[in-house]
Every structure is written in structure tokens, then in C-alpha cells.
Design a protein around this ligand. Structure first.
Ligand code: GLN
Length: 594
């Protein structure tokens, strides 16, 4: 049984620096050189921290490592909260180009974040919010706001202790507000970067203040294997770890990334030069599926090492772990066993060559592929220069099409041509956000006879602007923070395909990120010709799902929201499941329906 309520008895907590700081609070802690604001009500020793830092290079999969380790602890019945700390100055990821940074992942509370938050939500099967994501910009903004409001009167405001203090405050506040047993902190970038230096210093201070069992440091590093040598070289890894130690941080666990399994000799050297026992150096080599990482970490005993370091063994719930582990095992075995079916799915995308820009769609398809035992062959279609003949040539070999979200005019005519092909040729279709809007434009043009129908996003003077800017968005000026964002309720119409997919629930929750919507004055005309708006805003005339009746088309559906953001390994998103099922049926027409 977890024994959260006894944590004040934790041996080390009573004499930690936090206790001293708390004792001092109330007096002006601003006077002290060790200024460290601590949220009111914070109980020392109750919350623990795992900090995951990268060395040698970025792109090592810190998020995957961190979420897998967090999952192991969550499986044991502990409450975990991840936080990603980004080095950049943007307040959120909303204005970042997905071509450079990967997709913008939208949380239920509307926060626009890095795609790693998607990894955490999926692996932990847990909704996150703005407290789980921070940037340098947010930290500096809070410090500067405080300064303007007299929060540091009489003092010069400094990187240490004020900026680092703000970081520690946020971590403790997250831990306290969510009553987390363990907060998993992932620092973006690599140790030695200019922009994340203050996070690393804050974590060093946090470890000092929280005391012996308070913080577990994990370093990710990379073991190179130059082709010309044909052997693994650990020098870069050693130097990377030294860099971390120079910053005053002794790692407790080292995860070694590498293409092949890291050899004993390399692990031995890394262990010896970083003072980390070899049993705590883990080979995190490339593997077929990232979903096997949690189990292989468990086999290597990493979970127990973390529990020991943090003094958490007494909070473990064994029954909870057995059940969670079995559920995951079943999913992984579906994922790794040979597939019964094959299907080809086309995805139209402006960033057709960059998979990270559509990471969640990729994952949603992966979830469905495992659950329906189908090998999905994904074709990325660049629609920028496609005409109708190209469309026919490309699409006739496919079993389903997704037109995903997007901004800007480029490629939209090609997308509309793809949708037309799907509608006329019974090719299963899933339109996401822009793909939903383009389905409305296509239907208005080619079925309702509004030949110049369009979206004012691309054609402000369109004579039939079936897609137009939201009235509430019109008032908001400037870029950044002016979209309809986050989780909202969607009312599902009974006796529709959507209602079937969502198990006849009449209200679902979905995540949005858009500025434009269907202009309500065209709804009647679209419906007269057969389009069904099967999902609506519960009060306002905002159309959120559309479909064609099954007598007109086997599977044609669209969402103004982003269904890919809420697909989870153990609970794949229904609209994706529907598309994949319809695609299987198209590729294997002999199959019984169901
Ligand atoms: N560009 C469209 C809008 O702003 C669609 C957005 C999207 O696909 N995420 O409404």
C-alpha cells in the first residue's frame, strides 16, 4: 500500500535544507543568501524528484527514457508527474515551425507544447496540463513580473538565487498541487548548452535542499560506434558525463544510447569514470519498438535502483503493478506479433518528408495497427503539385486517406482533389481539422454546386466562404495565442457513424487548435445534399464532426478537432480505428464486415 501520509516521518526529511528554509520562511527569506521560495504547505520528504539530463548530443530520446521510467513507477501505484523544461525563450510551442521542432502538441487545458508531452501522455496514459511544461521564457517572465510588482524589493535580481529559485518553486508547486510521489524532470537540450544552464544549477540546488533521498539524477549519454573502427567508443560519453559532474551533479543512473547493445567493456569504462556502479548503467540501444523499453528497464532493475535512491520502497503497491504490467504485456505482444492484414494509408502533408511534424498521427496509426493486427504501409503524399491525374494514380493503390491539420494555402487544391477522389471512389477518408474544412469545401463545390466555395484563410474574397474565421477569434489581433485551443466538449448526434464509433456516448471530449470553422449559414445547404454534422458544440453552432451517410460511402468522416492527440496505446482513438478497419476491408474485400 502506498503510505503517502506518513512521509513526514521520512528519515532524511527532518534535517534537509528544505526544513531549515521552511523554518526560516515567514521571516524575510529575501534577506538570506540562500533565497529559495517554497510553496506554503510543502511537506519536506513527501515528494521526490527524478531529473533526466542529456549529454553528448540532443535527440537521444530523453522523453522516451523518462516516460518509460515514470511508467515503471506509476505501474507500482505511485503518483507521477512529468515536467519538460525547455531552454528556448518562446512562452509556448505555439509559434514553432513543426518542420524544425516536430508537431505542436496541445494539452487539454490549451497549452501548446513540445511533442515530448505527447510521449508522456501516451506512455503514462495521463492527461497533462500547463504545469507540466515550462520554457525559459515563462521562467524569466515570472521573475520579471515579480520584480515589477516589487517582489524582490531592495535586492538586485540575479540568475542565482532568483531565477533558479523560480525553477525550484515551480517544481515543488507541481509536486505539491498534484500530490506527486515523484516528479520527473526532463531538461531540454544537452548539458553545457548556454540556455539550459540555469535549470541544471536549479536542480543541483534542489538536490542539496531536498536532502539525501530527495533527487535521483539520470544522465543519458551516447556511445559512438564509428563504421571504420567497428567497435564502440565511450570517450564522448565519458566527457559528457564529466561535464555534468563539473556542474556539481553526480549522476545516480546512466542510460547509454547507441545503435547496438552497449558492450560490457564500454559500460565498465563509463561506470568507472562516472562513479556510477555498472548495475546502474543501462544499455538503451535502438530497438524495434520503444514500447519494449519499460520492461527491459525493469529487467535490468532500474526501477528498484530508483526506489532505493529515493527511499520509496514502502509506497509500492504490488497488485497494481502486476495488473498494469500484464495490460502492457498484452499490448506489446499485439504490437510485436506477425500481423494478419495489410493496408496502405496515404497521408497528405505539407511536411511530407518530416515524420515528426505528424508524430501523433503516426502513433495513433501504430496503436490501431497493433489492435487490429494490420501492417500499415504509410504513404506520405505531397499535394503541392498534384493535379487530378496524379491524384488518381497515387490514390487508386491506397486503402485509406488522411488529410491532416495544417495552415496556409500551399497544397490545399491537391488536398481537395484527393478528398473528391475519396468521396467518389468509396476510398475511406479521415479529415483532421484542415482536412475537415477541406472536406466541406469539396462537398460545397462538387455536390452543392457552389463552384467557387472556399475558405477565407486562403481566399479572403471567396464568393462562398463556407469556411470562415470564428467570430470570437476575429476580435483577437496578432500572432500567438489567438486560436481556439484545448479540450472541449463535443455533442455526438445519435444514429450516426460517429455515435457508433464513440460507443453511443452523447458527449465526448476532444482537443482543438484552429481559427476557422464552418460558416453556419451554409449548414442547411450542405445537409440537404447529404453531409451530416455528427458532432457539434453543445451550445453554439460550431460544427465539430462531419460524415457522409454509410449508404453513400463506407467511411468518410472528419473532425474539426485533432483525434490523434488523444490516442493511447491501450485505448486507440475511435476515428482512427474506424479508418483502419475500413482500410482493411478495402484491401481484403473478402472479409466479413464488423
Ligand atoms: N488552418 C485551419 C484553421 O486555422 C486549420 C488548423 C489546423 O488544421 N490545425 O482553422
Amino acid at each position: 500500500m502506498p503510505q503517502k501520509n506518513n512521509t513526514t516521518q521520512n528519515a532524511s526529511a527532518g534535517d534537509s535544507e528544505v526544513s531549515n528554509l521552511l523554518a526560516e520562511a515567514g521571516q524575510s527569506s529575501h534577506e538570506s543568501e540562500f533565497f529559495s521560495p517554497i510553496p506554503k504547505g510543502y511537506i519536506p520528504g513527501r515528494h521526490k524528484y527524478v531529473a533526466v539530463l542529456g549529454t553528448v548530443m540532443s535527440g537521444l530520446g530523453k522523453g522516451i527514457f523518462s516516460s518509460s521510467l515514470a511508467k515503471l513507477l506509476k505501474d507500482k501505484g505511485l503518483k507521477v508527474e512529468p515536467i519538460k523544461m525547455e531552454g528556448y525563450l518562446n512562452i509556448d510551442s505555439g509559434t514553432l515551425n513543426p518542420y524544425r521542432h516536430g508537431e505542436v502538441f496541445v494539452l487539454d487545458d490549451g497549452m501548446e507544447t513540445d511533442m515530448d508531452l505527447g510521449t508522456y501522455e501516451r506512455i503514462l496514459d495521463q492527461n497533462l496540463g500547463e504545469a507540466n511544461f515550462t520554457t525559459s521564457g515563462q521562467i524569466y517572465r515570472r521573475v520579471l513580473d515579480k520584480e515589477r510588482h516589487g517582489g524582490y524589493l531592495g535586492r538586485d535580481v540575479q540568475m542565482i538565487p532568483h531565477v533558479t529559485g523560480e525553477v525550484k518553486y515551480n517544481l515543488r508547486k507541481l509536486a505539491m498541487d498534484k500530490d506527486a510521489d515523484v516528479v520527473f524532470i526532463e531538461v531540454g537540450g544537452t548539458v553545457g548548452d548556454f540556455e539550459n544552464g540555469f535549470y541544471i544549477e536549479a536542480l543541483r540546488e534542489l538536490a542539496f535542499e531536498e536532502g539525501e533521498e530527495g533527487v535521483c539524477f539520470v544522465a543519458l549519454t551516447y556511445v559512438i560506434e564509428p563504421q571504420a573502427l567497428g567497435e564502440q567508443k565511450s570517450k564522448a560519453a565519458q566527457l559528457g558525463l564529466k561535464k555534468l559532474m563539473e556542474a556539481g551533479i553526480q549522476p545516480h543512473l546512466v542510460a547509454c544510447r547507441g545503435h547496438n547493445e552497449i558492450e560490457e567493456t564500454a559500460l565498465e569504462k563509463i561506470a568507472m569514470f562516472s562513479n556510477v556502479p555498472k548495475r546502474r548503467c543501462f544499455s538503451m540501444h535502438d530497438r524495434k519498438s520503444i514500447y519494449t523499453i519499460p520492461e527491459s528497464m525493469r529487467e535490468a532493475g532500474l526501477d528498484r535502483e530508483v526506489l532505493t535512491r529515493l527511499g520509496l520502497h514502502d509506497r509500492v503497491n504490488q497488485r497494481h503493478e502486476d495488473k498494469a504490467r500484464e495490460d502492457w504485456r498484452v499490448f506489446v505482444s499485439k504490437l510485436t506479433s506477425p500481423r494478419k492484414f495489410q493496408a496502405k494509408i496515404g497521408i497528405t502533408g505539407k511536411y511530407a518528408k518530416i515524420r515528426d511534424a505528424y508524430a501523433s498521427i503516426d502513433k495513433a496509426l501504430e496503436h490501431c495497427g497493433a489492435h487490429l493486427s494490420v501492417d500499415l504501409d504509410v504513404h506520405w503524399l505531397d499535394t503541392t503539385e498534384m493535379d487530378e491525374t496524379d491524384v488518381t494514380r497515387e490514390l487508386e493503390q491506397l486503402d485509406g486517406i488522411i488529410v491532416p491539420g495544417g495552415f496556409g494555402k500551399r497544397g490545399t487544391e491537391g488536398k481537395i482533389a484527393c478528398i473528391k477522389y475519396c468521396r467518389e471512389n468509396a476510398l475511406p477518408y479521415l479529415g483532421i481539422c484542415l482536412g475537415f474544412q477541406m472536406a466541406v469545401v469539396e462537398f460545397a463545390r462538387n455536390v452543392c454546386g457552389l463552384t467557387d466555395a472556399g475558405s477565407t484563410e486562403f481566399d479572403p474574397k471567396s464568393p462562398h466562404p463556407v469556411i470562415d474565421i470564428l467570430p470570437e477569434q476575429k476580435k483577437i489581433e496578432g500572432l500567438g495565442g489567438n486560436m481556439r485551443l484545448g479540450g472541449k466538449d463535443v455533442q455526438v448526434k445519435t444514429d450516426t457513424l460517429a455515435s457508433f464509433l464513440f460507443d453511443e456516448q452523447n458527449m465526448i471530449r476532444a482537443r482543438f487548435r484552429h481559427r476557422f470553422e464552418v460558416d453556419p449559414k451554409y449548414i442547411e445547404k450542405l445537409e440537404e445534399q447529404g453531409m451530416i454534422f455528427s458532432g457539434r458544440h453543445p451550445q453554439q453552432p460550431i460544427m465539430q464532426m462531419l460524415e457522409l451517410p454509410t449508404k453513400m460511402h463506407p467511411y468518410f468522416i472528419g473532425a474539426q478537432f485533432h483525434p490523434e492527440l488523444t490516442s493511447r496505446p491501450l485505448e486507440p482513438q475511435p476515428m482512427f480505428m474506424g479508418l483502419v478497419a475500413a482500410a482493411i476491408q478495402r484491401s481484403q474485400p473478402g472479409l466479413a464486415s464488423g
